[in-house]
Ligand binder design. Sequence first.
Ligand SMILES: [Zn+2]
Length: 176
Amino acid sequence: MPLRIPICAFDAKTGILCAKCQAKLSAGQISNSDIIVSKVLVKLAESTPELNKMALLRSYEVEGSYVMEMEQADAGLIRSKPEIKQKVEDMLKGKVWVIGTSNSDRQFLEELFYPIRILTVNTVWLPDGSKLTKVIIPGKRPERLRGEIEALKKVVKQVKGIELLVESEREATLRL
Ligand SMILES: [Zn+2]
């Protein structure tokens, strides 16, 4: 089975959208990042046969980084082969997160944060009635992850509309 992507394989190869895909783009059914990532995956599939069985469901671009939403099994496979993700990152010239399609916010967060482990996910209500989702990750010194966590917060906000607060175990304990 060939690689499945949100646009026609032919369009991804030539870089020119057919009328049908152009209409989907105009209607907002597909995004510019769907097109960018599809092109890269089609190109990469020529030298990476594993990709040919996979399906890119959709993708998001967040400040030069990309989220690829794939079938659950495909996301697992890419996680087990970091060299594939690395190649996609090189070609996109940005960081890439691979997530499986899921209905649960917790699962979405766990896959997005991987390999950072998530200990707990809580909802925090603010006095003004808005809510935050608080994620607690292990460790005492999250400083080295700060850049990545700031990027993850932006991704979560854009993809799921969730306002995220990330604390380390140590910070969470101090607050009690
Ligand atoms: Zn097309």
